[in-house]
Design a protein around this ligand. Structure first.
Ligand SMILES: Nc1ncnc2c1ncn2[C@@H]1O[C@H](COP(=O)(O)OP(=O)(O)O)[C@@H](O)[C@H]1O
Ligand SMILES: [Mg+2]
Length: 385
């Protein structure tokens, strides 16, 4: 038989790794100081207990509290990652090994279990993984921003090319309509359809050209509230909508700021139109303007800008609707050029793309929050100083 008393002192002195000896019934017979230190038990507290007490029941390892009894002692285990559970509940990651030794008669068996503390390695691994995720995310954002820029360039290039032929088509339709004023009904309605489509295409082309970044902003000291009013008037003049209640809450004390009035008006029109279109059965739109000191720094869409630091004074415009909201799957694509959920005859999908670019040119930010089925809030931050 082994004389466990005799080896105990040696284990404390010479074995640096946490170690325990377990008998064939999986009762702990000997524990060295390194193990007691690792799991926070006092001398004598572990001896006599079942080996499983110091294993965590962690899903992360195949060797866990619930199957320790079955697994150890069946053969040699070499360097399995598992978790010990300290007395205070902490889970300590360890590299576990065990081997069985038999006495001369091959009757009684003892199992020697060692466990190397790998918390430090795990921590470094975790840090590396997080850093990798961060780099990957940043890279994705860069690629996305590049892609959008490239598409923007391409789109405005194409728009340039398309603009002249479209002009000729519109002139041609005008000419034909004037030349054959008394045509049959179906000819007239064909003319009208052609005209409507050509004008729609022309509108998209103009919008694309209009915001192309080469074109400089015309910055003047402006009253954002007046621009909001102007946008609302434009929307009301151009489209009919019923059952939609628009509530505008302008803070009169907000400072005048340097912006391009026409471009900003275009943004507000886009956003109000989107809000209206999100409420085919009617609903409410709240428009609000105010200024405040930002409690936290704000990062732009796709992480492209980091324009606002905590504490900066900003002017905020919020446009909130009680419409259908935006499904999570669409959320990442909202600002992509030509992304639309409104079908062929509805949207062009450039409203938000153009708006984002215009706000971007003002070194501002645009943020969208939405709950599907409840509504959407678009928030614009502009520099107030
Ligand atoms: N207020 C809103 N409520 C719900 N969905 C919205 C809202 N604003 C934008 N969206 C979604 O974003 C898409 C893109 O908007 P936008 O770029 O203005 O293009 P368009 O309005 O031509 O579709 C819309 O098709 C719609 O799915
Ligand atoms: Mg739109």
């Amino acid at each position: 038989m082994f004389e466990l008393k005799d080896i105990k002192d040696s284990l404390d002195k010479f074995v640096i790794d946490p170690l325990m000896v377990v008998d064939a019934e999986k009762n702990i017979c000997v524990v060295n100081e390194a193990l007691r230190y690792l799991v926070g038990y006092k001398e004598g507290e572990l001896v006599g207990k079942k080996a499983e007490v110091i294993f965590a029941d962690s899903e992360k390892s195949i060797l866990r509290k619930s199957n320790v009894e079955k697994l150890i002692g069946t053969g040699t285990i070499l360097n399995i990652e598992t978790y010990y559970q300290a007395k205070d509940g902490r889970e300590v990651p360890v590299l576990f090994s065990s081997s069985v030794i038999h006495d001369q008669n091959d009757k009684d068996a003892l199992i020697v279990c060692t466990a190397r503390d790998i918390s430090e390695r795990k921590r470094v691994e975790e840090e590396l993984r997080a850093a990798y995720e961060q780099i990957k995310e940043a890279q994705d954002q860069l690629v996305q921003a590049e892609k959008l820029n490239a598409i923007g360039l391409l789109a405005s290039g194409v728009a340039h090319e398309v603009k002249n032929p479209l002009g000729i088509i519109i002139q041609g339709i005008n000419y034909l309509q004037a030349k054959f004023p008394d045509s049959e009904v179906d000819v007239n309605s064909t003319f009208s359809m052609m005209m409507e489509s050509a004008k729609r295409a022309n509108g998209i082309v103009n919008t694309l050209l209009d915001f192309s970044k080469a074109k400089k902003l015309e910055l003047k000291l402006e009253d954002i509230n007046a621009i909001l009013e102007g946008a609302l008037e434009l929307v009301k003049a151009n489209i009919k909508f019923e059952k939609i209640n628009i509530n505008i809450d302008k803070n009169k004390n907000i400072p005048h700021i340097f912006v391009d009035k026409n471009r900003l008006e275009q943004v507000f029109v886009n956003l109000i139109m989107n809000a209206i279109q999100a409420m085919p059965k009617g609903g409410k739109i709240f428009i609000r303007s105010y200024d405040k000191n930002l409690p936290e720094s704000k990062q732009g869409i796709y992480g492209r800008n980091d324009y606002f630091k905590a504490g900066e004074r900003v002017l905020v415009v919020e446009i909130t609707d009680t419409g259908e909201g935006i499904p999570p799957a669409a959320f990442k694509k909202l600002f992509n050029p030509f992304f639309t959920t409104k079908g062929l005859h509805g949207g062009s999908g450039i409203g938000l793309y153009v708006s984002r670019n215009i706000i971007d040119m003002h070194k501002g930010l645009i943020e969208i929050k939405s709950t599907e089925g409840k509504g959407t809030k678009v928030i614009i931050f502009l520099r107030a100083s």
